[in-house]
Design a binder for this molecule. Sequence first.
Ligand code: NAD
Length: 509
Amino acid sequence: MNARPAENIDTANIVGHFINGADIADANRPIPVTNPATGEVTRHVAMAKKTTVENAIAAAEAAFPAWRNTPPAKRAKVLFRFKQLLEERADDIVELLTNEHGKVLDDAMGEFLRGVEVVDYACGIAELLKGEHTKNVGPGIDSWSEFQPLGVVAGITPFNFPAMVPMWMFPMAIACGNTFVLKPSEKDPSAPMLIARLFKEAGLPDGVYNVVNGDKEAVDTLLHDPRVQAVSFVGSTPIAEYIYATGTSNGKRVQALGGAKNHAVIMPDADIDNAVNALMGAAFGSCGERCMAISVAVCVGDDTADTVVSRLQAELQDLKVGNGAEGNNDMGPLITREHRDKVQGYVDLGVEEGAELVVDGRSLRVKDHADGFFLGACLFDRVTPDMRIYQEEIFGPVLCVVRAESQEHAMQLIDDHEYGNGTCIFTRDGEAARFFADNIKVGMVGINVPLPVPVATHSFGGWKRSLFGDLYAYGPDAVRFYTRRKTITQRWPSGGVREKAQFAFPSNQ
Ligand code: NAD
């Protein structure tokens, strides 16, 4: 993150922050935001100082009492209007996503719509917060549990879903009655800022939703400030682990979703044509920059592997790589030049490690885009578990084929891997699929579904080192994560009746 020399910065074009219902200009430590397809610096983004983040926390704290006491049905009205505005401005948001992230437009639309689905779910908050009630838990005694908001909640999000991942968090947190401070990725900050303005336009009171742009200084401020009650994080595993350790040691509730290495198992009886098509989208969609991307295809049996590899090789000849904003490309560039070089370094490493590079995308050049951060799709065969290209998350358009002897062998590989985010199996055998889904040590499982990202009415999370914390993102878990249970027990003794002291612990026996 090198700051450019001050003289090269267009100060009118620095993304600032959104605090207490207003855009806040800031020129502190601006860093460039780049269009990855062209390599052009399109704007800069300010890195919030500690005091700026503290202002956002203070605004959120001041807004909390009134928002907490706003009836859930009224909160839902703001969310309904917000959803409407999001849909009206969908094309503008999607354009920002493609220009700053690089993903192709229809993929950007898909991400955006999956985020809006969480807003849909949050609109049902009056139903979701109803709580639990039991009459006569004891003689004349009633008891109920209610779910109270926590207060100020923070979200810290990655570059790869700049609209959807923040929308996994703040709509549910705010629907539950909390106020929120988001620290989005510094690589593609514009969509989250537009979305925050739309939420205000929908009628959200000032201070309920705030966005601070920044880096470690901003994140550390959120992790250490005692006014922040809970932190939701999505990003790479080393940072997730840091956020979880630091946040929890400061007494905060933390959910920290990390990296992944998602395996698809292709059984010999699978519908191979459909499995190959599914792998193409799941491995190379969004240039492999998805936490649910399939990065390992485990083919059971050499015949299966030979067929899958040759069909993938053929399909990859037709993969259209280019500017996500133009034409009907299938795959855009990687997020930054550094990341492209890192991914390319993994391809070099795979060759050194002895994997067979069947399709080599390293020489790809996109016409008229010499400065874009492109890398063609790469396919490795005969990858083995001792290789770093198998063990580490590459987060690029690189698919590794591993040959397994049996379903058990394939499942053992998955269970032994440090990550456990998503996985899938392609088969026509219901018994094999059921056994896989029941036993595999992974949080999200697809059966003939390559990207089993739960819909908004379920919750999203991985196992092992893909999630630190107990509760998943969005869906029913979000209501639990963003609220504190309180159980109230009440009785109204009849007037005038003299009661004796009871020294035995009360029970119904
Ligand atoms: P990242 O971990 O580099 O950054 C995530 C966030 O943390 C950003 O807001 C960033 O500014 C902040 N951050 C970075 N370094 C920090 C530090 N040292 N201290 C404090 N904060 C810091 O991740 P990324 O590169 O933006 O995103 C890609 C990663 O996110 C991949 O590993 C991917 O698997 C993961 N991801 C996971 C999920 C999931 O649901 N499990 C979803 C999307 C992305």
